[in-house]
Design a binder for this molecule. Structure first.
Ligand code: TYD
Length: 212
């Protein structure tokens, strides 16, 4: 059960290179125009707090055991929820995060093979809301793209971090886990075909219905 808050929680997800970062800021501006009386909080994972950004640095660069990686992702998330997300939702703000727990299921679960049971357990622990239920995004915008297309896009723009150095098979598994989750929860997920042009994707994002 998803915990109820006066605010609204949106996450952006997708494999590296799918293009979520291209649109997230403009989407924040769009929310600001559409809901002028609501404050918009833009944030990201891993990160979003001072401790979380330090953990991000480790997570994206240092090799580590898979379970250490999952625990640190959720440790950063615990801090993020306590310091940023929960207070903002409590105060009626719109929170937009670049990645959240679906990324842990997709990367640590689908990609690296950590059991879904362990991830469920961490999720239940870390996202428990004080009033009961789990803190979950109200809306998750998933940018979906074949692994090979994403890889070609990535190679044009940046030096790869630890995750971005993984092979095609890894990214296909990450993608499949994202798609499995989207299929299991169609109410929450909005699936974007990221092979479309930037303009077409933006038109689609503008049309997503959000009722606060
Ligand atoms: P990303 O959000 O893609 O940022 P940038 O655009 O700056 O590269 O990078 C975060 C990386 O962390 C990405 O490769 C996915 C990974 N990640 C996980 O493996 N598990 C998680 O739970 C989260 C939040 C991210």
């Amino acid at each position: 059960m998803t915990a109820q808050y006066p605010g609204y929680f949106i996450s952006f997800e997708g494999i590296d290179g799918a293009g979520k970062s291209t649109h997230i800021e403009a989407f924040g501006h769009l929310m600001h125009e559409r809901f002028p009386d609501r404050e918009i909080v833009m944030t990201r994972e891993p990160g979003g707090t001072s401790l979380g950004e330090q953990l991000r640095n480790l997570l994206l660069n240092a090799p580590m055991h898979l379970e250490t990686e999952a625990l640190l992702m959720f440790a950063a998330r615990r801090e993020h929820l306590a310091q940023v997300i929960e207070p903002a939702l409590e105060a009626g703000k719109i929170v937009i995060t670049d990645r959240f727990t679906d990324a842990s299921f997709a990367y640590q679960g689908g990609g690296r093979g950590l059991s879904i049971e362990k991830l469920n357990e961490l999720e239940r622990w870390v996202q428990a809301a004080p009033q009961g239920g789990l803190i979950q995004p109200n809306l998750t915008i998933l940018f979906d793209l074949p692994g090979a297309v994403a890889e070609a896009r990535r190679s044009q723009v940046r030096a790869p971090d630890k995750f971005e150095q993984m092979d095609l098979d890894f990214f296909e598994k990450v993608r499949q886990e994202y798609l499995r989750r989207a299929k299991a929860d169609p109410e929450r997920f909005h699936l974007v075909d990221a092979t479309h042009t930037k303009e077409a994707i933006w038109d689609e994002l503008k049309d997503i219905e959000i009722s606060l």
